[in-house]
Design a protein around this ligand. Structure first.
Ligand code: NAD
Length: 251
């Protein structure tokens, strides 16, 4: 199938679906200027992974984490939704996509106007003190990093402050994981957008749909180990593909 045939077939699958959902990863936000993790200029090429255990127990690991976060926040705080986020929000308004399950922590689906969002890895917009549970807007933490603080501790109780995101080695939020798994088993169509499908257990969500006989449309610039599951695959940029599908559905 050529590109236009794939767009036409994708639009038909969405239109004829009973319950379609989207599953998104860092790749949907690269066109908003936020780097993903595994592309050639991705975050893991520049920083080392800090696990939850290391963050809790080692000052130098926290400092490494906050150096990475400061760089990410510079891009993230000014970022705006792109064509792909906007298209998903519009598809939801049209009643064609019911939920967005996202691994992203950047808040761009919310900004674009999607309403039914499941955040598998939390949100970067708030931080919490692990000692006294006080919460802080992330802009407050960013200001402290820019003033030169390296290990961000609570001024009130001295506890470790952590962004409300799920770290490597930290348990996933059980309610979100349960909801995402249930939706994945109920849906008859899933759009999988901008994910290398390497981070578990989130990456297993599309497999649930596949096992239950649901169809998958993949939109990912590079190949993944799970491409064989897809009914239709686009190795192109998410913004272009989703806008073309949306326009096809509107005409
Ligand atoms: P990943 O970095 O492992 O994979 C991203 C994939 O997106 C790659 O396969 C890449 O080819 C593809 N891609 C890049 N730009 C694209 C584009 N414009 N259109 C289509 N595809 C594109 O990302 P992941 O699978 O989401 O796993 C990384 C983890 O990192 C997730 O848990 C996520 O929470 C976190 N993360 C989030 C953000 C964010 O919130 N924006 C950014 C970096 C990492």
């Amino acid at each position: 199938m050529n590109y236009q045939e794939k767009i036409k077939k994708s639009a038909e699958l969405i239109k004829n679906s009973r319950f379609a959902i989207a599953f998104t990863g860092a790749g949907i936000s690269t066109e908003s200027g936020i780097p993903d993790f595994r592309s050639s200029d991705g975050i893991w090429k520049r920083f080392k992974i800090v696990t939850y255990q290391e963050f809790l127990t080692k000052k130098d690991a926290r400092e490494e984490f906050w150096r990475m976060k400061q760089e990410l926040l510079r891009e993230l705080l000014g970022a705006k939704p792109n064509k792909a986020h906007n298209a998903l929000a519009e598809l939801e308004q049209m009643g064609l996509i019911r939920y967005v399950i996202t691994q992203n922590i950047d808040g761009l689906h919310e900004q674009a106007g999607s309403k039914n969002i499941i955040l598998l890895h939390g949100s970067n917009h708030e931080a919490i003190c692990l000692g006294c549970d006080k919460t802080f807007p992330i802009s407050n933490i960013y200001a402290r990093l820019n003033e030169g603080e390296k290990d961000i501790l609570c001024y009130e109780c001295g506890g470790i402050i952590k962004p409300k995101v799920v770290f490597f080695g930290e348990p996933m939020p059980q309610k979100e994981l349960f909801l995402a798994s249930s939706l994945a088993s109920q849906c008859d169509l899933m759009l999988v957008i901008g994910s290398s499908l390497q981070v578990e257990p989130a990456a297993s969500i599309p497999r649930i749909t596949f096992k239950n006989g649901g169809k998958l449309i993949f939109v990912n610039k590079s190949e993944t180990d799970w491409d064989y599951m897809a009914e239709i695959i686009f190795h192109q940029s998410a913004g272009e593909v989703l806008m073309d599908i949306l326009n096809r559905l509107k005409n």
